[in-house]
Design a protein around this ligand. Structure first.
Ligand code: MN9
Ligand code: PYR
Length: 308
């Protein structure tokens, strides 16, 4: 790992490989790492998050996955960020200590979403108690109000946050409120926080207002194409960058209409990479054969600028 390297660019939100009978399948993670690096040019991962069904796994499974990703990624990946959020503060703290012990380059925590913090002070209090268990590990807040329903604006949250959480380094911002993101970036430029955007189909818009990169499920299989979008944006060749965004958006728009979630992401990743990712865990259910056939045909029909 390259912990000194500033986090940025693409981070794949990994799926959790499972065996046909629903146990976590650690045996394919080595292959998964090689695939991301060699085929998608993605060298950062976000483990046990939404896409990884982190909240559907038990503590033991989460620890085993964190360990395996860190072990397999040791000399191949730049950053391995472990999501350690949980409804139980004690479990979250245990996972934070474990992530630190096994060498995570960052930890992330989402807002508790059953009993919810109702204001900034309550949310910070929870985050602080987790972050302080890993005092040498960069800490990221995982803002995903569509799933947590915790809508405290990040702009407000960041105001003075390093006084309470000295390890605070940035946000994984999975919301469409780009005004909030823009104000975060506007106010925090000099503090050098890292802002990673999490709505893949709108990444170009987030880059335009200064996001440092992105964490998302689609970078598992569209990482290489999205890297080309990042390159075009940096050049800048905005027309080309837009073309990539429109095409990744075309795929997501298509699958969204069929019903798209983590189960379907696992199925897409299985057919694209050839690595068996297995079924999701209940309450999610496997993608249908019909979905797989249609999604595969759609992905194969897209004519990318570099393959013209
Ligand atoms: C809810 C969810 O899983 N969001 C992911 C990350 O935040 C995204 O990567 C989406 O999967 C992606 O934007 C497709 O909608
Ligand atoms: C999408 C994302 O970042 C996650 O799976 O947590």
């Amino acid at each position: 790992m390259t912990p000194g390297k500033k986090l940025g660019g693409l981070v794949a939100a990994t799926v959790t490989p499972m065996t046909p009978d629903g146990q976590i399948n650690l045996s394919v993670i080595s292959q998964y790492v090689d695939y991301l690096v060699s085929k998608q040019n993605v060298k950062n991962v976000f483990v046990n998050g939404t896409t990884g069904e982190g909240l559907s796994l038990n503590v033991q499974e989460r620890k085993q996955l964190a360990e395996e990703w860190l072990c397999q990624g040791k000399d191949k990946l730049d950053h391995v960020i472990i999501h350690v959020g949980a409804l139980s503060l004690a479990e979250s703290q245990e996972l934070a200590r474990h992530a630190a012990a096994v060498g995570a380059t960052g930890i992330a925590v989402l807002a508790p979403f059953f009993f919810k913090p109702t204001n900034k002070a309550e949310l910070i209090a929870f985050l602080q108690k987790v972050a302080s268990e890993a005092p040498a590990v960069p800490f990221y807040y995982y803002h995903i109000p569509p799933l947590t329903a915790v809508k405290i604006r990040v702009e407000e949250l960041l105001d003075g946050i390093t006084e309470q959480i000295p390890t605070f380094r940035g946000v994984k911002f999975s919301d469409t409120d780009l005004l909030d993101l823009a104000q975060c970036i506007n106010k925090n430029e000099r503090e050098q926080f890292t802002f990673l955007y999490g709505v893949d189909e709108q990444l170009l818009s987030a880059l335009a207002i200064g996001a440092d990169g992105a964490v998302g499920s689609t970078y598992n299989y569209l990482g290489q194409k999205t890297n080309l979008m990042l390159q075009a944006f940096a050049k800048p060749d905005l027309a080309l960058a837009r073309k990539y965004q429109f095409l990744t958006g075309e795929f997501l728009n298509f699958v969204t209409k069929l019903g798209f979630g983590v189960a379907q992401t696992k199925a897409v990743m299985t057919f694209v990479s050839g690595i068996p990712m297995g079924p999701p865990r209940l309450p999610l259910v496997d993608a249908s054969e019909e979905f797989i056939i249609k999604a595969k045909a759609k992905l194969e029909s897209i004519v990318w600028p570099d393959s013209d």
